[in-house]
Every structure is written in structure tokens, then in C-alpha cells.
Design a protein around this ligand. Structure first.
Ligand code: PMP
Length: 425
């Protein structure tokens, strides 16, 4: 089996709407390494889009998942429930920065966001939801509506549910300050929707698909205050930021605030599909029995894996490791930026190991260069490094290495990145 044969079959059998970040096909994956069907080895700085913070097939996670497979695979939690779901809810309630929390488990990130909005609307009895330009919340109708990027996510798929509004996310180097964002919210309340009709504001503390933009602390605190003032719920979408990626278990912990609801998915279960909403008990208990749930929500294997993920994060001190990896990545990228023979690097940023940099048309400038990012990711792939782009202008490269990556492999990946930056200059 060759990559090219599989690509031909894939293109003939799968719609093009499912985009391709690489044209290699996986045979095997272990921790931070992937081997394709032709036997070539790659370092994985994509981690299944921020899903494998604990690496591919961590032995402890696989062992627990295998045990679960031997016992039972599916009963539907609302038909015949199981202890591991309850124990996971108990654990997450303790770990989340929300006092007196309850947790519901689902399968995908979009489903978690859908449920958070359902719960917020039910509790507040208000329709409107505010989200941010450049934010990404999923591909279902409601979460597409909340997403703040038209191409490729929304174009041609409307109409979306009503009462959804967007305001600019504070990104200093794009010329949007925290004050500008707060001012836009005030204007929205004057021009489009009265705050008493707003159920929730949903925000990624660090925008993921939008370009790893880190919300300033004062902005998150001001949002919390504004929500309290108007009885609006604050939802932190931690689908991409969660489970150690930013150097804390949840990115929200960097901000000294309590959200009312949090959405989680991706690295929660180390590669098994599992998501959830954690929220204040009173809010979470608002919908009537039967109003929430789903056939596969909180699957037994997902719950089993998530317990092992939380154990591994604690035992291997992956939050501290995330800080260390992130600092090393930032140091190396800064060195690459300072070289005169690499392609022009713009803003470099990170929170823990959630690190990204922009490629720009000229050194010292801001004009985004999305084509160069395409060349860079292709070049890096040739040299054996899987990289993902992101950002509203498509000119941001994000590094999502597993937090369990050995130091030598981290350096090896960064070396490939450096060589590739020179070669595409
Ligand atoms: N929210 C955020 C912040 C995300 O990054 C994503 C996925 N990239 C989602 C929601 C949607 O998750 P899923 O693809 O599992 O539906």
C-alpha cells in the first residue's frame, strides 16, 4: 500500500469537504511518533489536533481501555449506567475551577458546546449568545453559528440559529486591545441586543483554530464582571486548551476567575472520543430529565481512558512539563526568527506548550503570508515533521507536540522546523 494509492482511493471515495492537512496515511503511532504505510517515520507536532497531550497509545491509557473492552463496551449511560462515568464526573468536578460543579459527558467538542448553550438558555430563559471573531466552536449548526470564521467553516451552510452575535477578540498585534473588545460589547448592547436577553458569552481563553491568541488576564476578568453585572453566564471553551496544554490543567486557571460552564473534549481521553460540560450544579440541573444526553455520551471506553489520562497528567507532572516544553519552543523559535536566512517570522506567542508563530511577507512587518505557511508545512512533512497551521489569515503555525515527547525528539522536531524555515525562505 502506498500513500499515493490511498490518496487516489480517498479522493474517489470521500468528499473533498473533509480537508487534508497531509497526504500521508498512518500505519502505526506511538507517543510522539507516527509511521506511514510506506514505513517512513514522522514526529507528530499535531497530536491529532490537540487530542494526544498524553501521546499516542500511552501504555497506562491503553491498558485501562483494554480492560474496559473486556468488561462491556456500550449500555447507554441513561439506560444502564456505570460507575466510571460517575467517578469521572466526581473527579472533573473537583479539578475544574468551578465551585460546586456537576459534569455531563458527551462525545465530541461540538456536542459539548451545543449542550453548554442549551443549558445556559434553559437556566437563564434568554436566547442570545455572544462569541468572538476568529473563535472556533465546532461544525454543527449552532456551533458553526458561534464560530467566528466564514471561510471555510460557514460559507454556504447557513442560515444558522438566530440570536448569535460576534465581537472582536483582543489581539494586540492585530490592533485590537482589551478595551476595544469591551467597547464592542457595549456597542453590541446598544445597537443589537439588550444584555437582559443574553444567556451566555462563550470564549476560548486561548483561541485554538483562530491562531493561538491568548486572552489578556484583565480582559477575562472584565468579562467575568460584565457577566455578573447582567446575569449572563460565562462559558470557557477549553476543548483545545484543556488537559495541560497551557501549563495548567485548564487554561482558565491562569485567569483567577470561575466560569459558570466549561466545555472539554480532545485530550480528555487521550484519543478516545469523549467530551463534556462542567458547570455550576444549579445551572447544570436546570434542564428536565431527558432534556440532555445522547446514545453514546460518556462512553465506557472514553471514561476509562479519561481516568488514565488524569492519572498520567498527575503522575508524570505534565503541566510542569508543558511549561518546560513551551519555554524551549519559544526560545528556539525566537532564535529562528533572529536568523537572517529563514523566511520572515512575525509574532511568536505561547501559553505553556500552546505555542505558535506567524509567517509574514517581510521581516518586521505584519502582512500575513499564508502561502508560505503551506510551503513550510509541506517542506517539514518531507523532512518528517507533521505541523498544523491555524489563524484567521491562515499564516500561523501551531506546535502541538504531545507533552510526553522526549527531549531529543522535541529538539529533532525543532531542528526540522528550522531547516524547513531556511529552505522555504
Ligand atoms: N471548540 C474548540 C475550541 C475546538 O478547538 C474544537 C475543535 N477544533 C471544537 C470546539 C469542536 O470539537 P469537535 O471537532 O470535537 O467537534
Amino acid at each position: 500500500m502506498s500513500n499515493i494509492d490511498l490518496l487516489t482511493r480517498r479522493n474517489a471515495s470521500v468528499p473533498r469537504g473533509v480537508a487534508l492537512a497531509t497526504s500521508i496515511f498512518v500505519e502505526k503511532a506511538q507517543n510522539a511518533e507516527i509511521w506511514d504505510v510506506e514505513g517512513k517515520r514522522y514526529l507528530d507536532f499535531a497530536a491529532g489536533i490537540a487530542v494526544c497531550n498524553t501521546g499516542h497509545r500511552h501504555p497506562k491509557i491503553m491498558s485501562v481501555a483494554n480492560q474496559q473492552n473486556e468488561a462491556f463496551v456500550h449500555t447507554a449511560f441513561q439506560v444502564v449506567p456505570y460507575e466510571r462515568y460517575i467517578a469521572l464526573a466526581e473527579r472533573l468536578n473537583q479539578l475544574a475551577p468551578i465551585s460546586n460543579a456537576k459534569t455531563i459527558l458527551m462525545t465530541t467538542g461540538a456536542e459539548a458546546v451545543e449542550n453548554a448553550i442549551k443549558i445556559a438558555r434553559h437556566y437563564t430563559k434568554r436566547p442570545a449568545v455572544i462569541s468572538f471573531v476568529g473563535g472556533f466552536h465546532g461544525r454543527s449548526m449552532l456551533t458553526m453559528g458561534l464560530t467566528g470564521k466564514v471561510i471555510p467553516y460557514k460559507a454556504g451552510f447557513g442560515p444558522f440559529p438566530a440570536s448569535l452575535y460576534h465581537v472582536p477578540f483582543p489581539i494586540a498585534h492585530h490592533g485590537v486591545s482589551s478595551e476595544d473588545s469591551l467597547h464592542s460589547l457595549e456597542k453590541l448592547f446598544k445597537a443589537d441586543v439588550e444584555p437582559s436577553q443574553v444567556a451566555a458569552i462563550i470564549i476560548e481563553p486561548v483561541q485554538g483554530e483562530g491562531g493561538f491568541n491568548i486572552a489578556p488576564k484583565e480582559f477575562m476578568q472584565a468579562l467575568r464582571q460584565l457577566c455578573d453585572q447582567h446575569g449572563i453566564l460565562l462559558i470557557c471553551d477549553e476543548v483545545q486548551t484543556g488537559f495541560g496544554r497551557t501549563g495548567k490543567l485548564f487554561a482558565t486557571e491562569h485567569y483567577g476567575i470561575e466560569p459558570d460552564l466549561m466545555t472539554i473534549a480532545k485530550s480528555l481521553a487521550g484519543g478516545f472520543p469523549l467530551s463534556g460540560v462542567i458547570g455550576q450544579a444549579e445551572i447544570m440541573d436546570s434542564p428536565e430529565p431527558g432534556g440532555l444526553g445522547g446514545t453514546y455520551g460518556g462512553s465506557p471506553i472514553g471514561c476509562a481512558a479519561a481516568h488514565a489520562v488524569l492519572d498520567v497528567i498527575a503522575d508524570e507532572q505534565l503541566c510542569a512539563r508543558s511549561v518546560k516544553i513551551g519555554a524551549r519552543m519559544l526560545e528556539r523559535i525566537q532564535q529562528m526568527k533572529d536568523r537572517s536566512d529563514t523566511t520572515a517570522i512575525g509574532d511568536v506567542r505561547g501559553l505553556g506548550a500552546m505555542v505558535a508563530f506567524e509567517l509574514v511577507k517581510e521581516r518586521g512587518g505584519h502582512r500575513p503570508d499564508a502561502d508560505k505557511v503551506k510551503q513550510l508545512t509541506a517542506k517539514a512533512l518531507q523532512h518528517g515533521l507533521i505541523l498544523l497551521s491555524c489563524g484567521i489569515y491562515g499564516n500561523t503555525v501551531r506546535l502541538l507536540a504531545p507533552l510526553t515527547i522526549p527531549d531529543e525528539q522535541l529538539e529533532e522536531g525543532l531542528d526540522i522546523l528550522e531547516t524547513s524555515l531556511v529552505e522555504v525562505a
